[in-house]
Ligand binder design. Structure first.
Ligand code: 4NP
Length: 158
């Protein structure tokens, strides 16, 4: 049995987008019978919400789809660089911050680069920050993350 692939989903606060991505990825990997192939975590480039559960709106949207979000927020730390094989940044700011903090570019990907529509226009690069939106913003992010997580699983499970 080969070593698990260690993936970390990263956003700004680690309460809205990346815990949702983490929960969706775990859920979809389980559906595909691939749970043992991965170690999964998430973090934020900022530390304001460290120790907090995911935003109630992320929890609500996930729950509607049978996805659980048990993770607690934590800030990215430099030791993560060696702990993970792949960092999935929710947006270009998060990606740039990870690289500034020493993560090799070869380990960092934009989450939406696993969406078949990626890069077709400017709006299909980032998972937008839904923090100041209503629930519909979180629904939109949920749909994007399901598409990207499926693309990521297709690639990693090859
Ligand atoms: P996230 O959303 O990066 O998707 O977790 C945010 C959560 C909190 C803040 C910003 C974005 N904040 O400024 O506190």
């Amino acid at each position: 049995m080969s070593d698990p692939i260690r993936v970390c989903f990263v956003c700004l606060g680690n309460i809205c987008r990346s815990p949702l991505a983490e929960g969706i990825f775990i859920h979809l990997a389980k559906e595909r019978g691939l749970t043992d192939r991965f170690e999964v975590d998430s973090s934020g480039t900022g530390g304001w919400h460290a120790g907090n559960p995911a935003d109630p709106r992320s929890i609500e949207v996930a729950k509607r789809h049978g996805v659980l979000l048990p993770s607690r927020a934590r800030q990215f730390e430099s030791s993560d660089t060696d702990r993970f094989d792949l960092f999935l940044a929710m947006d270009r700011d998060n990606r740039d911050t990870l690289i500034e903090r020493g993560v090799p570019e070869s380990k960092v990907r934009l989450m939406r680069s696993y969406d078949p529509e990626y890069g077709k226009d400017e709006s299909i690069l980032d998972v937008p920050d839904p923090y100041y939106d209503g629930l519909e913003g979180f629904d939109h992010v949920y749909d994007m993350l399901v598409t990207a997580c499926n693309g990521l699983l297709d690639e990693l499970a090859e």
